[in-house]
Design a protein around this ligand. Structure first.
Ligand code: TXA
Ligand code: MG
Length: 327
């Protein structure tokens, strides 16, 4: 790539805004994960995101706005049930796929008829969006395929030397990407499960949603592997399964209980109290920490498959896909 540049981590919203106005790429905090942001209306700026992240241009980006009202120039309309969701979860970890207007450059969504829109719930980023006055295109601020970042040092580890600024908003409160929803054949469809569970969506619209059945609108998602640590990762239902596979040089990401036979320093619990929300917030941090230990193999325990547990299991499953997942 190009020459290395100095990457500064700080809390200066005005500096971040200036850089974005100059078509630079800046990492920004959200309540889900850190984003790699650029002016969505500038083809030159958006192109830099794909280059820095090493992501194929065919994988479309989400545009971030300070309110759903400010989405008006970029979307043709919003279906009533999606308005109900936007109203309920705004600002928050909900991304809507909506029919786009000509104001959205093709580079953002690879020329698709829809654009993904989200109003993130983080005070610094909301202030930044108000200041710049244009939408920010932003994928998660990780290298393509690697673990998403939930704190500034995760971004620095992967992208230090390639971007000028990381806006430090502390650790991400939700810790897992937004839920991506749209509307097809008269029904709400979930393309990517995330920080809002199926159950929470259904409670708002008061009917069943369609879980992504692989419609051709969709790239969301979702490549077979994603969110992956470098260390081979296997999923297990419970800690006894590991014994069959061997515990030499092994690390364990558990839900609420340590594995009795593994060294404590090679283990992380997502939530000792058994709380799904806490587990989601700790998931990527745990994967980063375990990967940094450079062990031979990692095991991660599946969570109960309900509520946010389903979203966490989806990410674990994709993180484990390189090893063929479970055994
Ligand atoms: O929580 C989040 O959503 C984070 C923060 C930074 O906002 N962003 C994020 O972006 O996760 P990214 O690019 O890592 O994931 C966005 C997903 C991708 O899988 C992409 O394929 C899908 O949304 N997507 C975006 N626009 C789309 C479109 N027009 N049609 C179909 N899928 C789309
Ligand atoms: Mg991502």
């Amino acid at each position: 790539m190009t020459q290395k540049i100095k990457t500064v981590i700080g809390t200066d919203v005005n500096l971040a805004a200036q850089l974005l106005q100059q078509n630079e790429v800046v990492a920004i905090p959200t309540e889900t994960v850190y984003g790699l942001a650029a002016n969505a209306l500038s083809e030159e700026a958006v192109q830099k995101i794909f280059t820095i992240k090493q992501r194929p241009r065919s994988n479309p980006l989400i545009i971030h706005l300070p309110s759903w009202q400010s989405a008006a120039p970029y979307v043709q309309y919003i279906q009533d049930e999606l308005i109900a969701l936007a109203t309920h979860f705004s600002p928050g970890p909900l991304t809507l796929l909506l029919p786009k207007t000509a104001a959205v450059p093709e580079v953002v969504n690879d020329g698709r008829p829809t654009v993904a829109v989200r109003v993130p719930n983080h005070p610094l980023t909301l202030q930044l969006l108000q200041t710049v006055g244009f939408p920010l295109a932003a994928p998660s601020a990780n290298l393509f395929g690697y673990i998403s970042p939930t704190q500034p040092d995760h971004v620095y580890k992967q992208l230090g030397g390639t971007i000028p600024y990381i806006l430090d908003g502390g650790p991400c409160a939700q810790g897992i990407e937004s839920t991506v929803a749209g509307f097809e054949d008269g029904q709400v469809v979930i393309y990517r499960l995330g920080a809002i569970s199926f159950e929470a969506i259904e409670a708002v619209i008061k009917k069943a949603v369609l879980k992504n059945k692989g419609s051709n609108t969709v790239a969301p998602g979702m490549l077979p592997y994603h969110y992956s640590p470098v260390t081979p990762l296997y999923l297990v239902n419970n800690s006894t399964a590991i014994l069959q596979k061997g515990i030499e040089g092994a690390g364990f990401i558990g839900f609420d209980q340590y594995h009795p036979q593994l060294k404590k320093e090679n283990q992380i619990l997502l939530s000792p109290a058994g709380n799904m929300q806490e587990a989601a917030a700790n998931l990527y941090k745990a994967m980063h920490q375990m990967d940094d230990l450079k062990l031979q193999v990692l095991y991660a325990q599946r969570l109960p498959n309900q509520g946010l547990g389903q979203s966490i299991n989806d990410r674990l499953h994709k993180a484990a896909a390189k090893t063929n997942g479970a055994f």
